[in-house]
Design a protein around this ligand. Structure first.
Ligand code: TXA
Ligand code: MG
Length: 286
């Protein structure tokens, strides 16, 4: 067992990353489990720490949009337009990969997922390094993504040497994933950048959010965001009536429910605030 430290000292994080180690880092969306994307041995350690199947590819985090041409090829103009509009920020672009990206990162796909994170500490770490960072969300495979350093510690203690504490994530849900080809633009995962704002830049897009246990493209497994307890989604009053004999907790968008354990995502009914609270409240109730 490793002893896991929490720090806000990015120099320590950088030296571990340079040595091919895995470090949890804050991003504006969720905490990521980062390693040198160009070092296969380092990337394997991410899969091991998360217990993630090798068929689920990783997002590569870049310091700046100007690196797009280094890690992707044959880039459609829509991708440049989206990177200009939303980077740094919660948008991931899936593009044809360049030869620099190892198979281990893309699970053998000929595409790579790229994004420039907006969190100041993530940006500082990337700026100090000579390589990009492969980073999935820093949760054990299948569990809720972490939005604080404490969430990461609670689940990966003993499995990673260091967690960089950058405070609670301001977006709170993952990046939106968009695949750009010369045939068109397709949203593969909904997230911190709205489809409407993407369409404002590139016009109408396809939305293809498929859940499958063999994620050929978006890798959205059915249990991707699952807490340990069963979680039912639907009309809360109906669900409460149906499950009145059970011990339940309620997570509501705006309305307050009179049960011993409940949380309201946004009393003001604001989507961004609700997104920021979603994973941390799921975790509290779990
Ligand atoms: O906000 C985020 O995107 C966070 C932070 C840490 O950046 N990262 C994140 O990574 O959510 P992860 O690994 O939990 O989710 C990445 C998703 C997976 O569903 C994976 O299948 C998909 O991106 N993905 C990665 N490469 C892909 C590719 N080449 N084509 C299609 N989907 C891809
Ligand atoms: Mg994830």
């Amino acid at each position: 067992m490793l002893s896991t430290q929490i720090t806000s000292n990015i120099n320590k994080a950088c030296s571990l990353l340079e040595q091919g180690q895995v470090v949890a880092i804050p991003t504006e969306t969720v905490y990521g489990l980062a390693a040198n994307a160009l070092d296969v041995k380092a990337v394997i350690k991410i899969f091991e720490a998360k217990n993630r199947p090798f068929f689920d590819p990783l997002i590569v985090h870049l310091k700046h949009a100007s690196e797009l041409d280094k890690y992707a090829i044959n880039i459609p103009s829509q991708a440049y337009a989206l990177s200009k509009a939303f980077w740094p920020g919660p948008l991931t672009l899936v593009l044809q990969r360049s030869a620099l990206i190892p198979d281990m990162v893309t699970s053998g796909l000929d595409t790579v997922a790229l994004r420039v994170p907006a969190h100041p500490l993530a940006h500082q770490i990337l700026s100090l390094l000579s390589f990009p960072l492969a980073a999935p969300s820093a949760n054990p495979f299948g569990y809720i993504s972490p939005t604080t350093a404490q969430h990461v510690l609670a689940q990966l203690q003993g499995h990673i040497p260091l967690i960089v504490d950058g405070g609670p994530c301001t977006v709170g849900v993952e990046s939106t994933i968009v695949q750009c080809t010369h045939e068109g633009t397709t949203v593969l995962r909904l997230g911190g950048t709205s489809v409407e704002s993407i369409e404002a830049i590139v016009g109408k897009v396809k939305v293809n959010i498929t859940s499958s246990s063999n994620p050929q493209a978006p890798g959205m497994l059915t249990t991707h965001y699952a807490p340990r307890k069963p979680m039912l989604i639907g009309n809360i009053d109906d669900l409460m009536a149906e499950h009145s004999s059970k011990k339940i907790a309620v997570l509501a968008f705006q309305k307050t429910y009179n049960v011993p354990q409940s949380r309201v995502l946004s009393a003001k009914g604001e989507l961004n605030e609700a997104a920021q609270n979603l994973f941390s409240m799921m975790r509290e109730l779990d």
